[in-house]
Ligand binder design. Sequence first.
Ligand SMILES: *[C@@H]1O[C@H](CO)[C@@H](O)[C@H](O)[C@H]1NC(C)=O
Ligand SMILES: *[C@@H]1O[C@H](CO)[C@@H](O)[C@H](O)[C@H]1NC(C)=O
Length: 378
Amino acid sequence: MKYSMAASLLIALTILGVAMDGCHCKVVQFIFGDSLSDVGNNEYLSRSLARANLPWYGIDFGNGLPNGRYTNGRTVADIIGDHMGLPRPPAFLDPTLTEDIIMSNGVNFASGGGGILNETATYFIQRFSLYKQLELFGGVQELIRQKIGPTEAEKFFQQSQYVVAMGSNDFINNYLMPISGDSWTYNDDTFLIYLVGTLRNQLKLLHSLGARQVIVFGLGPMGCIPLQRVLSTSGDCQQKSNNLALKFNQLTSKLVMELSNTLPNASIRFGDAYDVVNDVISNPSKYGFDNADSPCCSFGKIRPALTCVPASRLCKDRSKYMFWDEYHPSDSANVIVAKEMIKKLGFGKVNQAGAPSPQPSLAPSDAPVAAPAPSPNA
Ligand SMILES: *[C@@H]1O[C@H](CO)[C@@H](O)[C@H](O)[C@H]1NC(C)=O
Ligand SMILES: *[C@@H]1O[C@H](CO)[C@@H](O)[C@H](O)[C@H]1NC(C)=O
């Protein structure tokens, strides 16, 4: 008798506890990033020069039509989110976005060409820098507050997962370009201080907006992307670029640890896959790749081609190429990067209690598309 009363009291308190503490909402993701995470924002930026809206982008994803991803298949954030049981957030500029979709799927603000710095990749004309993405997130928060009230909204945003994956463009499409103002204003050390200092302010801003669970992605060996290799006649990796990526990762890892230890209730974590990607590049066959130095999609002998275009040639076996185009890894390479981050950061399932997450209409299958389109000219 006593036992069962205690038990019901406990149950009542638990239910009450849930009602008081938990927002009855799902855990969703908000993604901030560049072309490595863009799922369609630049498709809607009609004047942007960085768009993945033509074949053969997306050839191994869903129906095989371009979907705004700058690769043949999934992004690293897609693969990690799938592993965690999180729905894939739609692009912020997707015209079908509503408060209900935001609450059940989150939002992806990533934009091709975007950088930590506002002035990065200005020659793409339109793209969302990280500050702009944070400003747009503020607008989304206001919509949700109006929909469910400030208290519930605060809980919703505190329990959500955040991904910040930026930095390559600040080097490749800014500091390392002789035409950019930053390239003659700074040297390696002062540029890194400026860049990581800006990221610090942005992560603090994100925290002040209510984000608590944040994952920050580091950079890969960006001196080994095909676009960087063609800068030298030998076709070797650009060691200067790789060293900058390593330094950025060191500084950002330190920054993330410091913020995580000092900002209230923050769990900010850093993950990179530099070493494993470097190993794939040195020993492609060990990982099942035939090619780790040139793009699968290229425009004949004209290199570097700006993007993959309908007239480009595709490699025979896309799963055996590390790079999809001059800048971006293939789906197979993204799987390796995602697996490394999952292992390093110990990601598990998030929405365990709930029903399986509904997939967006363009849900890709892990299997190759049923009838792959024949490679052009191949
Ligand atoms: C960067 O751009 C944002 C708007 O997207 C603006 O609010 C901010 O003041 C800019 N910061 C600097 C340092 O120019
Ligand atoms: C930190 O978490 C505690 C317990 O959930 C909460 O009472 C407090 O308001 C939180 N502080 C901030 C700044 O989020």
